[in-house]
Design a binder for this molecule. Structure first.
Ligand code: HAM
Length: 423
């Protein structure tokens, strides 16, 4: 036998048994976004590398270590590690933003060369939202309220909590950075080489450290919220009071800075303790400088993205009440002369009249016994049976595969009504 070829590490197949759950989750996402009047956009999976370097920031983990980058003749290209940069690029390129508010969403695969583990993959899927042209905290609140509604629809609302912070203006962050570096200089003895490097290149990321000793020290470090500019402070206060009024609970986490450089003011993450180390199911924030930074006319922006693999894992973990759709409702069993064509015709007639039902034609030969075994295994509720005598008499035998009702002989002209009454 020829040697088999395996999937790339960290890039997963979705099995036919798993796809119904994915489809159900994706349907909830689409439904909630439609009910807030957001519009779908679809962007390419590949963009110029420079787009991500400029948008996400050269010293971030994503850009410095995790991008799948290659040369296509003279152009350096990258598989998208996230959706915001491409969405902003598209919005500028097509003039979606100017004199216009836009509330957009996208869903699809993203690529990051990370070390795979539960909940962290090299190809993963995000559903993301980007809103352009609205500076008010109302839209920050709307995004959070929308996600909270989705958690309820997915039955995971008791297992996620909201972390909220404001990282202020560029200037406020620069002032804070100076204070943080001055504080951390005295604690370099506790730092790994990587953390020491971060202290120089991207010190705010040290706030995310997993190193327990450093975490303890950070409790006494200067707080970002104390360095906020007045406008950001007011924006954050308004957001918090809106969330309070609407009854959304949150924890203000002054160490939350997010791993991408484009953010300002509001940042947030929905986290769970049910998935181990990869507990962030959704993250986002405001990026009021990004459109201008990528060459557009200045326009405020805000968005978030959720990891669909993590949502699938969490729903599997905590929600036992997912409506499972049957893969097959009706199985067509047939044997004998003239029955193949009759079975095709009957299957097409049922599909035309009752398009919501899933109809499977046996399509491979075998005794009636073998065919019924398959029908049972398929999970179908009904088998429609055609033998030579049924075809000659223009009848269909209907067998109820889950018992309870005796087998019925139904006139072919009545069969649609009969089936309809069973579902
Ligand atoms: P992010 O925090 O890098 O933000 O990713 C958002 C979410 O994608 C994470 O919270 C996580 O659920 C999921 N995710 C990220 N990396 C992986 C991975 N390797 N495997 C599985 N899931 C993963 C962004 O991507 C921003 N573009 C979000 C945003 C949109 N901010 C403003 N607008």
């Amino acid at each position: 036998m020829a040697k088999t070829i395996q999937a790339i590490r960290g890039m997963n197949d979705c099995a036919p048994t798993e796809s119904p759950l994915w489809q159900w989750i994706e349907a909830q996402v689409r439904q909630v976004l439609a009910s807030y009047s957001y519009s779908e956009v679809r962007m390419p999976l590949v963009e110029n590398t420079a787009l991500f370097t400029r948008a996400i920031g050269e010293v971030t983990d994503v850009v410095s270590k995790e991008m799948y980058t290659f040369w296509d003749n003279e152009e350096q290209l990258t598989l998208r590690p996230e959706g915001t940069a491409g969405c902003v690029r598209a919005a500028i390129e097509h003039g979606w933003i100017y004199n216009n508010e836009q509330r957009l969403w996208y869903m699809g695969p993203m690529f990051r060369h990370e070390r795979p583990q539960k909940g962290r993959y090299r190809q993963f899927h995000q559903a993301g939202v980007e809103v352009f042209g609205i500076a008010n905290p109302e839209i920050d609140a709307e995004l959070i309220i929308l996600t909270a509604r989705l958690w309820k629809m997915l039955g995971i609302e008791k297992h996620v909590s909201l972390q909220l912070n404001s990282i202020g203006s560029l200037e406020a962050r620069a002032n804070y950075r100076t204070a943080l570096v001055a504080f951390l200089q005295n604690h370099q003895g506790l730092m790994s080489e990587e953390e020491k490097e971060r202290l120089v290149k991207n010190p705010l990321r040290i706030l995310d450290t997993k190193n327990p000793e450093l975490q303890k020290v950070l409790d006494d470090a200067p707080k970002l919220l104390d360095y906020l500019d007045d406008e950001s402070r007011e924006h954050f206060a308004q957001l918090c009071s809106l969330l309070d009024a609407i009854g959304i609970q949150y924890e203000i986490n002054s160490k939350l800075v997010r791993g991408l450089d484009y953010y300002n003011k509001t940042v947030f993450e929905w986290v769970t303790t049910a998935l181990g180390a990869q507990g962030t199911v959704c993250g986002g924030g405001r990026y009021d400088g990004l459109v201008e930074q990528l060459g557009g006319h200045a326009s405020p922006g805000i968005g978030f993205a959720m990891g669909l693999e993590r949502l699938v894992l969490l729903v599997q973990e905590v929600n036992q009440n997912i409506p499972v759709e049957r893969a097959v409702d009706i199985y067509l069993v047939y044997q004998g002369e003239g029955t193949t064509l009759a079975a095709f015709q009957l299957a097409e007639k049922v599909r035309s009249a009752l398009p919501h039902l899933r109809v499977m034609l046996h399509a491979s030969s075998g005794s009636f016994k073998k065919q019924f075994k398959r029908a049972d295994k398929s999970g179908a509720a009904l088998a429609l049976v055609l033998g030579e005598s049924e075809v000659q008499n223009n009848q269909v035998v209907v067998k109820h595969l889950h018992g309870g009702v005796d087998q019925q002989v139904v006139d072919a002209t009545q069969v649609i009504d009969y089936i309809q009454a069973q579902f």
